[in-house]
Design a protein around this ligand. Structure first.
Ligand code: CAA
Length: 379
């Protein structure tokens, strides 16, 4: 078994680390405090190829593997999880979904711009009454011949007000249950489509999370992704890869907190010595490092499965389940190691602790990951 990263992987990792330190770190506290979307930083991420990493170069992407994506997500999430969620949604939900299941026309029209970051996308599945229970879609896409009439509300949509392209999951044949659901590409500016209120969140406050309203929006038939009724499976398959992205985000939040705690422990003195010399701190650091390494291996395993065209539903769910737990535990301990300083914004760890929580909720809660894993086991 070879755990070595290739030269290319190391270069991508170094580029992402450099970008995070030079472009994301300055201003990250202010963006979090004022809920300011990292507009300029996301634009640069597009220029550097971080928004369409795995997309075929024919459509403007980087043509990289999923392992590279995990490495870049970790580095960027160490510093700014609000920026990395934009990256994750654009890469693994929107770009991947269109590239894998879209028509050539859809790829030419949308993917080429999404992959370069000229525009960004959003993935719209959750509703006020359909979160974990994703088959209970109330949003309807009525078949009107050459277009769908879209009506309903979506909730907690990442990139809600900044996206130009929205992949919207909606029910066309309620009597068919999940087999009657479609996935439609909706453009910003289509008549009847409005962006609702921005959520005031605990974490990832720099990302823009909105509700969306659709009132008699006419979506052309050619904007449907896949066969009629494929929408739920589209969402599930897309989310399976999305979970690798969020697992890597959780990994980055944890390793970012660990790096800060390690540095602080070597500088801060108490009882006459650096606190790193106290076993109470050493034990915490040892647990953090062990858990993070295990989370990293799970993320890389899931990425490897995807790159090898093996089923990655279970390994992706395991990576997300475990890495998000590690993110939560590690960030709490990082705040503890920092003591009173950890509770104030300048030391970054309190933000990482707040950001960590969402990784146990979005793209399927931890409980959903356990359902996915146990179903695979019981097959
Ligand atoms: N790949 C392909 N098909 C799949 C699949 C997968 N990974 N998972 C399920 N399916 C198929 C099943 O085979 C089944 O099809 P058939 O009936 O034809 O066999 C169909 O989908 C329905 O599956 P289930 O019966 O298993 O459906 P369920 O109602 O029991 O729910 C669930 C399954 C796992 C709980 C699912 O509803 C789920 O994942 N819920 C969580 C939703 C979620 O993750 N939401 C996140 C929102 S997006 C987001 O957060 C993005 C963001 O902004 C950051």
């Amino acid at each position: 078994m070879n755990f070595e990263l290739t030269e290319e992987h190391l270069a991508v990792q170094a580029a992402a680390r450099d970008f995070a330190q030079t472009e994301l770190l300055p201003g990250v506290i202010e963006r979090d405090e004022h809920q300011k979307f990292p507009t300029e930083q996301v634009r640069k991420m597009g220029e550097l190829g971080f928004l369409g990493m795995m997309v075929d170069p024919r459509y403007g992407g980087g043509g990289m593997d999923t392992v590279s994506y995990v490495l870049a997500m970790e580095e960027i999430s160490k510093v700014d999880a609000s920026a990395s969620v934009v990256m994750s949604v654009n890469n693994s939900l929107v770009c991947w979904g269109i590239e894998k299941f879209g028509t050539e026309e859809q790829k030419q029209k949308y993917l080429t711009k999404l992959a370069t970051g000229e525009i960004i996308g959003a993935f719209c599945l959750s509703e006020p009454e359909a979160g974990s229970d994703a088959t209970s879609q109330r949003t309807t896409a009525e078949d009107m011949g050459d277009y769908y009439l879209l009506n309903g509300t979506k909730n907690w949509i990442t990139n809600g007000s900044t996206a130009s392209v929205y992949l919207v999951i909606a029910q066309t044949y309620p009597e068919k249950g999940h087999r009657g659901i479609n996935a439609l590409i909706v453009e910003r500016g289509m008549e009847g489509f409005t962006v609702g209120l921005k959520e005031n969140k605990l974490g990832i406050r720099g990302s823009d999370t909105h509700s969306l309203m659709f009132s008699d929006v006419k979506v052309p038939k050619e904007n449907r992704i896949g066969e009629d009724g494929f929408g739920f499976k589209f969402a599930m398959q897309t989310l399976a890869g999305g979970r690798i992205g969020i697992a890597s985000q959780a990994l980055g939040i944890a390793s970012g907190a660990m790096e800060l705690a390690l540095k602080y422990a070597k500088e801060r003195k108490a009882f006459g010595v650096e606190i790193a010399k106290h076993q109470a701190i050493q034990f915490k650091l040892a647990d953090m490092a062990t858990n993070i390494e295990a989370a990293r291996l799970l993320c890389l395993q899931a990425a490897y499965d995807k790159d090898a065209h093996r089923d990655y539903s279970m390994s992706g769910a395991m990576a997300k389940l475990f890495a998000s737990k590690v993110a939560m535990e590690t960030t709490v301990e990082a705040v503890q190691i920092h003591g009173g300083y950890g509770f104030v914004k300048e030391y970054h760890v309190e933000r990482l602790m707040r950001d960590a929580k969402i990784t146990q909720i979005y793209e399927g809660t931890s409980e959903i990951q356990k359902i996915v894993i146990s179903r695979e086991l019981l097959k």
